[in-house]
Design a protein around this ligand. Structure first.
Ligand code: AMP
Ligand code: ZN
Length: 462
């Protein structure tokens, strides 16, 4: 079955064709580690996880790189404001390195609790200064960089086309002030030598003097280092497309000297609050995963909530919505526990698998795949074993940990139960009863059901 994905470059759904058969190289922009990420950021990281899981579901071997931004991201995505990490360090009287370390581990903890599969590489910008300098030098020698006012800038006027992803914001349309050092309004900083913050710890020697990199160059340098000069998919939140990603494309293709750098660009839409304002640290309207947990919600309730809205649609976050997700997930868990049995080959339920694959392969439509799940749960024609097997298959994408619900039955008990099934199949009932007694002695009870057996912990055992 074809996988079709919406490519922000063409603004169309396209058939996914990997560069190398059976393999996908995927880069997702990671967090700026100056604070706890909020659930809006996490929505984007869950979307990235779904994309990766769908690729794997289709049999692709995925090589995934996500960066950690620990330098150079100013309070505006353009070149204005202060370095987010430096600001956080000043406020808390800690070093920037401590801030980065603390929030990187908090981020990893969030990923774990949301069942977001870790990337193969999680490179930090500050560990790749050499690569960033090398890329800027290449841009200089290819005629795409100039020095002005102490900083090194990318010269967009040297490009045939700047802004391949569209949506370019013109100066004057935003509150961003024009930087007088720039020759053209869309030019951007590659290297700051005239640091705005003289007391900053994070500075490195460079051919242009002591300084630090602009934000965009880190992704270009690290993606190229780990995934090469041409790779399959690059993704991030929708706000990254117009400045960060347009700039990444400009500097990567100009330093590499060929195009396209990336075949498919994917962008996940914002999470907004009930009043439709974007959740954002600068607006002070954020909720973190810890806040949700303090209020009695599991990270899985939040993951379930995000599955209900297509990744390219805004997710409107409200307590009511989260409560519905929590209730729906509790019902799903109860259902799975009730039908939990030995996974079997899917025969009668094949149509469900086809429908499910069609939904997720249609630009990662998790909302539709959830409705297929609820249809499956209600279908009285299917035996529990098949339903359970299908649900586990669906959960390869949902990532709700449905294979891990309830007590873990030890393997020796499962072996005994299977031995008893074999004896019953050849009508050796005395022998099969003896095995059942043995299972009881171990503190487990076998329940015979129309489509097989179920093992539960005996109520008198502990
Ligand atoms: P940052 O830490 O600011 O670099 O952002 C990390 C990721 O979160 C980026 O991919 C952003 O596009 C994304 N992001 C930021 N705010 C939101 C939001 N309200 N909803 C969804 N994604 C967001
Ligand atoms: Zn990036």
């Amino acid at each position: 079955m074809d996988l079709r994905i919406f490519n922000s470059l063409s603004k169309k759904k396209e058939k996914f064709i990997p560069i190398e058969k059976g393999k996908v190289k995927l880069y997702t922009c990671g967090p700026t580690v100056y604070d706890f990420v909020h659930i809006g950021n996490l929505r984007t990281f869950i979307s990235g996880d779904i994309i990766k899981r769908v690729l794997k579901f289709n049999g692709y071997k995925v090589n995934h790189v996500m960066n950690i931004t620990d330098v150079g991201h100013l309070t505006s995505d353009a070149d204005e404001g202060e370095d987010k990490l430096v600001l956080a360090a000043k406020k808390s009287n800690k070093s920037v390195w401590d801030i980065a370390k603390f929030y990187t581990s908090a981020f990893k903890e969030n990923l774990r609790s949301l069942h977001i599969q870790p990337s193969d590489k999680l490179p930090r910008a500050t560990d790749h200064i050499k690569e960033q300098i090398a890329m800027i030098r290449k841009l200089e020698s290819n005629g795409f960089a100039y020095i002005s006012g102490g900083n090194v800038y990318f010269d967009t006027s040297q490009l045939k086309k700047y802004g391949k992803l569209g949506g370019i914001v013109e100066v004057g349309e935003t509150r961003i002030d024009e930087d007088k050092n720039k020759r053209n309004s869309h030019d951007f900083v590659l290297w700051f030598t005239k640091s705005k913050f003289q007391d900053q710890d994070m500075k490195w020697d460079s051919p242009w003097g002591k300084g630090y990199p602009g934000w965009h160059i880190e992704c270009s340098a690290m993606a190229t280092k780990y995934l090469g000069d041409h790779f399959d998919i690059h993704m991030g939140g929708e706000d990254l497309a117009y400045i960060h990603h347009n700039n990444e494309i400009a500097q990567s293709e100009s330093s590499i000297g060929s195009e396209p750098w990336v075949n498919y660009w994917l962008h996940s839409a914002f999470l907004v609050n009930n009043d439709k304002t974007k959740m954002s640290k600068s607006k002070g309207n954020i909720t973190t995963l810890i806040n949700l947990e303090e209020n009695g919600y599991s990270p899985m309730d939040y993951r379930y909530l995000t599955l209900g809205t297509h990744y390219r649609k805004q997710l409107i976050f409200s307590r009511d919505g989260l409560d519905s997700a929590k209730n729906a997930r509790a019902k799903l868990n109860q259902f799975v526990l009730k039908i939990k049995s030995k996974p079997i080959k899917i025969v009668e339920g094949e149509a469900y698998l086809t429908q499910f694959s069609a939904a997720i392969n249609d630009d990662f439509n998790t909302a539709k795949s959830l409705s297929i799940l609820s249809k499956l749960m209600k279908d009285s024609r299917l035996i529990n074993g098949e339903k359970y097997s299908l649900i586990l298959k669906f959960d390869e994408i949902f990532g709700l940990g449905l294979d891990d619900l309830g007590e873990n039955i030890p393997t020796n008990i499962i072996k005994l139960a299977e031995e008893r099934e074999k004896l019953r199949a050849i009508k050796k009932y005395d022998a099969s009863d003896k095995v059942r007694d043995k299972i009881e002695k171990h503190g487990y009870t076998l329940l015979d059901e129309i489509d097989g057996y179920r093992i539960i912990k005996s109520s008198n055992s502990n």
